[in-house]
Design a binder for this molecule. Structure first.
Ligand SMILES: [Zn+2]
Length: 253
């Protein structure tokens, strides 16, 4: 990691400071998702695990536009789906999917899901992304397809099956639904979502123009080690965080 990256790494052992840090990154991620047009009505959620109560997570209030979310608007949900901090309802699908992912993956701090246009379009193919660009190699042998669409996710058992499909990967394509990404930080999960959405766009564009040339497996793995690490994902988010905070400083309120 570069010195600039080290200076920005504010992960703290003080749980109050770490909680605030995660909530600030979360509010910024929502503003960025709005800026990129990932919202679709009330669909979509990004969660951050609480640093002390490890079976609780912070999430967006149901029905508030991503583009309006401030740190003080975020709500905290316990393992039973009850809102224990904040005055709003949680999206049932958010609880069902994210509680299972956070439980199945103790290493995961954050998870992101939205009904973004290219992600859901590609998801209809029901297959993995191909290694056609340097950027998409971040996901090479590190994403899965959840190939079992059964309507809006309201059932905890389905949440478990989605978490099982994610497995040890950084992302899953939920067939006929959209993308789901995870990370060791909010920054990383949000970045994987943003770049995966653009990778879906790139594959849709390239494959509509002709037959893309694939990067060979060995080179795709090497590239994944370069662009797909936890620190690379975290670092890629930093300029976006700086940009959105400068443009929309009220997100930190
Ligand atoms: Zn959804």
């Amino acid at each position: 990691m570069s010195q600039v990256a080290m200076a920005r790494a504010t992960t703290s052992k003080d749980p109050d400071a770490e909680r605030l840090h995660r909530k600030q990154r979360l509010a910024a991620a929502f503003r960025l998702f709005s800026k990129f047009g990932f919202d679709e009505g009330v669909a979509g959620h990004i969660t951050a695990r609480d640093p002390e109560r490890l079976d609780h997570f912070w999430v967006n209030p149901l029905g508030m536009h991503f583009g309006h979310i401030r740190v003080s608007d975020l709500i905290c949900v316990n393992r039973d789906g009850k809102v224990v901090e904040g005055d709003a309802m949680v999206n049932t699908a958010a609880f069902v999917i994210h509680s299972n992912v956070h439980e199945a993956r103790p290493d995961v701090v954050a998870a992101a899901h939205a009904h973004s246009i290219y992600g859901k379009s590609w998801s209809a193919m029901g297959r993995l992304l191909d290694p056609i660009t340097q950027d998409v190699c971040a996901f090479y042998e590190d994403h899965a397809v959840f190939d079992d669409y059964t309507g809006v996710v309201l059932d905890l058992e389905e949440g478990k099956r989605i978490a099982h499909a994610v497995g040890d990967n950084k992302a899953a394509i939920l067939r006929n639904h959209g993308l789901l990404t995870v990370g060791h930080s909010v920054d990383e999960a949000a970045w994987w979502f943003i770049t995966m959405e653009r990778s879906c766009q790139a594959q849709l564009l390239a494959s509509s123009a002709g037959t893309p040339v694939l990067i060979d497996p060995e080179m795709a793995r090497t590239t994944r080690e370069q662009v797909g690490s936890h620190s690379a994902g975290w670092f890629s988010f930093q300029p976006l965080f700086d940009r959105i905070v400068r443009e929309q400083p009220d997100l930190l309120d």
